[in-house]
Design a protein around this ligand. Structure first.
Ligand code: BGC
Length: 502
């Protein structure tokens, strides 16, 4: 009997030892995997670093590329497209104007009743619909007919408080947020698509003529008087309220900037200067490139797998369409190489764009001590249950790294433009150009969901701009001009109509 008891005790002890050994080895494995994930994170953080010295190189490169893009067609990756907008709205525009806005995930139709200097915007209404994904890669006829159809039904619901001018067709400003070579204010050919659109037969077409044809078929009496990039629209919208607005930046699905340039500086346009001596330039800065940009192997694979590899390098490090996917790719590597989320890689994590920028903004906003929201996002998006605090911290830091890099690069871009127009504080006050006579305040109008809704991104961007500008930052205001781009196109249509009547 005694022997049996002793035998059982020995077996139990052995089992306990084995269990303890398994636990220890499991813990060691987890610890070593976490260690692996951490060292991967450190490596990634180093590759993404944007110390101020590097940002200054990017500021300089931006200013240099701007010059090059203005001198000759194809002189730079920055297209620096003349917008043919040589006069921005002044506030005295009156009447009913429409705008249609195509450029991201949603299409918008908008109307605005303007009452002149005193009453400004009397009434405004808009409608937004998601663009069916198949139209983003379909035919030009289908895409423009969809816009015309939505616009027609919106016009049909024009109610009280909107008064069209008697006997006149309604004017539309067409915000088309892709690179377009304009030939006049109301015409221009599409150069290439960005942001996941690929309607191949539209490339090289006059987008105004294409939309106008579809509108005519659908019936409403309307004419497109202005073709406007969203960055140009945001500049017009910003200027309507504040005459110090000189630059507009879009940080949304895509990214871009527009600014007021001296007509004489646009040498590629020859010597035909607009009367005002100024011209708004659509920079198409999403395609900016410089060897100083902190590009990592993760960015390279992302780029290779997009619809436009080799294009929009700056945009792919900055804008809302891509930030979430950069984070996803880093997490995926950590899941595959360091089993960050357990022995299995979450299947959905293999899907491109499965983590959106709104998700990383939620993660980034989590200030709780146990990072509960980080855990919730991982559970809701990828079905990962019960993450440890250590894992959540790693995920949080990946988001922080990607967003901080994007925000600081955007700030460097803005300071690059300020440098080009002599407003970064490194020039003497009396630059003496017709555009910048006495250099008072310079306002940068910001538009786009990324800037509007991602508070940590916004804060990083503002801080980096202040760091780069030093003392000059007191003369530069970077402010949100919500929805400026849509209304801006209507305002430009109004300002053209006003000048037509003069
Ligand atoms: C387009 C620009 C646009 C920007 C923001 C970019 O992808 O090329 O034309 O202004 O997105 O919408």
């Amino acid at each position: 009997m005694g022997k049996v008891v002793a035998g059982v005790a020995i077996v139990c002890a052995a089992a306990a030892c084995a269990a303890a050994a398994v636990t220890v080895s499991y813990r060691m494995r987890v610890r070593s995997q976490r260690h692996h994930a951490r060292s991967f994170l450190l490596e990634f953080q180093e590759a993404c670093a944007t110390p101020v010295a590097r940002l200054r190189q990017i500021v300089d490169a931006m200013a240099v590329e701007m010059h090059a893009g203005l001198v000759s067609e194809g002189g730079s990756r920055l297209k620096m497209l003349p917008s043919y907008v040589d006069q921005l709205p002044e506030g005295d525009e009156k009447g009913l104007y429409y705008a249609v806005d195509l450029g991201g995930t949603n299409f918008r139709a908008l109307r605005v009743q303007l009452g002149g200097k005193e009453s400004r915007v009397i009434k405004q209404e808009y409608e937004e619909v998601a663009i069916p994904p198949e139209l983003m890669i379909g035919t030009s006829e289908e895409l423009f007919d969809f816009i015309a159809k939505e616009l027609s039904s919106f016009v049909a619901r024009e109610g009280d408080g909107f008064q069209p001018s008697a006997g006149q067709s309604r004017d539309i400003g067409f915000t088309f947020s892709f690179p377009v070579q304009q030939t006049a204010l109301n015409s221009g050919t599409l150069l290439n698509w960005t942001k996941g659109f690929k309607v191949v037969d539209a490339i090289g077409q006059d987008v105004v003529a294409a939309l106008q044809r579809c509108i005519q078929k659908r019936g409403p009496e309307m004419r497109i008087t202005a073709l406007v990039n969203d960055a140009v629209g945001a500049l017009a919208g910003g200027r309507y309220w504040n005459e110090d607005v000189m630059i507009a930046v879009i940080l949304g699905t895509g990214t871009n900037a527009a600014y007021v340039e001296r007509a004489q500086a646009i040498s590629k346009c020859g010597s035909t200067f607009p009367k005002s001596g100024e011209m708004v330039i659509n920079m198409e800065w999403g395609n900016f490139w410089s060897s100083h940009l902190p590009r990592t192997p993760v960015d390279e694979t992302l780029d290779n797998e997009t619809m436009n590899p080799g294009e929009q390098g700056f945009e792919k490090m900055i804008s809302g369409m891509y930030l979430g996917d950069v984070v996803r790719r880093v997490l995926l590597k950590m899941a595959q190489e360091a089993a960050l989320f357990g022995p299995n890689v979450p299947r959905k994590m293999l899907e491109a764009f499965s983590l959106g920028t709104p998700d990383i903004s939620k993660i980034h906003d989590d200030e709780s001590s146990d990072l509960k929201m980080v855990g919730n996002v991982l559970r809701d998006v990828y079905g990962i249950q019960n993450t440890s605090l250590a894992v959540r911290k790693i995920v949080y830091e990946v988001c922080d790294t990607v967003a901080e890099r994007g925000a600081r690069l955007a700030a460097a871009g803005i300071v690059g433009i300020l440098k080009k127009i002599g407003r970064d504080g490194t020039h003497s006050k009396d630059v003496g150009s017709p555009v910048h006579p006495e250099c008072g305040k310079t306002v940068v109008a910001m538009d786009g969901g990324l800037y509007e809704r991602y508070s940590k991104f916004r804060a990083y961007m503002q801080a980096a701009a202040a760091e780069l500008l030093g003392d000059a930052s007191k003369d530069v205001v970077i402010e949100l001009s919500k929805d400026g781009s849509g209304v801006g196109a209507a305002l430009l249509a109004a300002s053209i109509a006003k000048n037509r009547r003069k």
